[in-house]
Design a protein around this ligand. Sequence first.
Ligand code: AMP
Length: 199
Amino acid sequence: MRLILMGPPGAGKGTQAARVAARYDVPAISTGDIFRANVAAATPLGISAKAYMDAGEYVPDELTDALVRDRLSQPDCERGFLLDGYPRTTAQVTELDAILSDIGSRLDAVVVLEADQQQLVERLLNRAQVEGRSDDTEDVIRRRLEVYAQETAPLIDLYAARGLTEHVDGIGRVDDITDLINAAVDRRTSALDSDAMTG
Ligand code: AMP
């Protein structure tokens, strides 16, 4: 099972990614978590990434792509994976296509979690109090939503054109949203199965 979970900051991707990945017994790979771990450990990657993250900007594609290529080559990804927060730019889509083609594989579904802007800002401000993330201040939150709208939202059309997207309402009870995502993935994978049967 090879999945992408897409959606604006604050839509609940991280929470849902862990649950959905567990259901399919594949690793949930969050580029944001990997960057944060590198910042915490002050690795060269973390030191390069920190200023971008704190400003709400994307880390450059070269750094992000190299990290994902390396992570997807680990043995635990052979059976599949769930990507949370990657790809976020058209260049990253191209890189992911190349990685998948190198390993002779393809995506099964792109799940898009949806939420309106005001709710996202409230959730992120709330999370700032709970988790104390350095990129959860109001100005940076607005910038992250802007960058998402400019750079990442257009990718939804790109994957829709490939027939891979399923939209799920990201507002509601966490368990209900998980059920909706699971149903959406089942729909996509059965659509792919029937495509394969009809050629
Ligand atoms: P997230 O936890 O997914 O919201 O990511 C936190 C921050 O990490 C983002 O605001 C970016 O600065 C950086 N980041 C995470 N994933 C990517 C990506 N695919 N491309 C560029 N920057 C990323």
